[in-house]
Design a protein around this ligand. Structure first.
Ligand SMILES: [Mg+2]
Length: 406
């Protein structure tokens, strides 16, 4: 018996590649052919694209008294088998295994709607310019956007993220860069903002419409966005405008709330993965508690509108949920769930989500303002909440298969 170890870079190896129309039995056929030469398998990679199979096998050459003759016979036999099966075959002699992947491993997820060849070229060129190598590429989803993942090695994740953030801004696509690791596909807690993230609306505006004070509320919101008021001041000023509103409006607002497309798919899939899901909102418990019930959420926290004698008083009661408050709640939920922060994901669109996004293991800016996009780990700018699953490396196929089983 030979005693060559897999790690021996000088040991001869054969790369056997077949390409052609896919059908059941091809992989069995190739390896049955190779089996007659008693070769060992070092690596196998197979992909099928539009019905065409590319199958690569890295094997040790046949041993024995006349190895060269045996290898010649193996080549002839594989080619004859491939020809009979209507396939192209190529056999390349060489040495060793695949080179070890470089350190600094990242997943680069590109979301395009559509994904153009131009963007793909630009992303690949930016990766190459950092010195990173693309080790693997595969499609995660074709719906509701085209999502493609590049596995990259040889460049620190932060450096790659900076380089690709420039490309995302230049080409108008979403590019998420996360470091590779077991934790990525199994977040244990996901916490979302509510207004303009889990739902399409701003709840204060729905209340304001019933109170007939949309314009004044919008003025306060604009002043806060210009930095003239902090979140807490703007909250108090806007809620004050609701004073005297009948409590029955709460039910109306609850029924007006529109979930963001993909919200149910995201939550359902995360729950199937054994992940806990919560919301934190600068809005109101009168709405978030109903959402918790409706969506089966594990956690919910928000401000509470004070109600006295069936009327809103224009005040909030209890601790105000503001920018630091949201980060504090993420930590509290994580502690209650027994989950380290590194295993949490936070999703939000506003400046008051930034502390929470940065405290989480992965912070996702969702259709956010440029300031928030730039400060978060990753950004999604398509209006589908379930695309967050692709950032976690979960494919559309897996989501649909889980739905079919459920
Ligand atoms: Mg928001």
């Amino acid at each position: 018996m030979t005693s060559v170890t897999w790690a021996d870079e000088n040991a001869p190896t054969l790369l056997v590649k077949i390409f052609g129309r896919d059908r059941p039995g091809l992989t069995a056929g190739l390896f049955r052919t190779l089996a007659s030469f008693r070769v060992d398998v070092i690596d196998i990679e197979q992909v099928v694209t539009r019905g065409r199979i590319t199958l690569c096998a890295l094997v040790r050459p046949p041993a024995g008294d006349a190895p060269q003759a045996a290898e010649g016979e193996l080549r002839a036999t594989v080619h004859a088998w491939a020809e009979g099966a209507g396939l192209q075959a190529e056999i390349i002699s060489g040495t060793g295994d695949n080179p070890a992947r470089g350190t600094g491993r990242s997943h680069v997820t590109v979301l395009g709607n559509p994904l153009t060849a131009e963007t793909t070229a630009a992303v690949a060129a930016r990766i190459a310019a950092t010195g990173g190598n693309i080790d693997r590429i595969y499609r995660l989803a074709k719906y509701p956007v085209t999502a493609v993942e590049f596995d990259v090695s040889g460049v620190p994740t932060e450096e790659l993220r900076t380089a690709l953030a420039r490309e995302a801004a230049a080409s108008g696509v979403d590019i998420a860069v996360v470091s590779s690791g077991l934790q990525r596909r199994a977040p244990r807690l996901v916490v979302m903002d509510v207004d303009s993230t889990l739902i399409q609306d701003e709840v204060i505006e729905l209340f304001a419409a019933h109170a007939g004070c949309e314009e004044r509320v919008a003025e306060v919101t604009a002043a806060a966005m210009r930095g003239e008021l902090d979140f807490e001041q703007s909250l108090h000023q806007r809620v004050a405008l609701l004073a005297g509103l009948d409590e029955s409006v709460v039910d109306k607002v609850r029924s007006e709330v529109r979930l963001t497309p993909g919200a149910r798919t995201l939550i359902r899939t995360l729950k199937r993965l054994g992940c806990q899901v919560g919301v934190v909102s600068g809005g109101f418990t009168q709405v978030t508690d109903a959402l918790r019930e409706r969506l089966g959420l594990d956690f919910a926290a928000a401000n509470t509108l004070e109600v006295v004698d069936g009327k809103l008083t224009g005040r909030v009661v209890g601790e105000v949920v503001d920018r630091p408050g949201k980060a504090r709640l993420l930590r509290r939920f994580a502690a209650e769930a027994g989950v380290p922060l590194s295993r949490t994901v936070a999703i939000g669109d506003g400046a008051n989500d930034l502390d929470m996004l940065n405290a989480a293991g992965l912070g996702v800016a969702f259709n956010a303002k440029p300031l928030v996009r730039e400060a978060a780990h990753t950004a999604v700018s398509v209006p589908f909440l379930d695309t967050v699953l692709y950032l976690l490396g979960i494919t559309r196929e897996e989501v649909e298969a889980a739905d079919a089983q459920g």
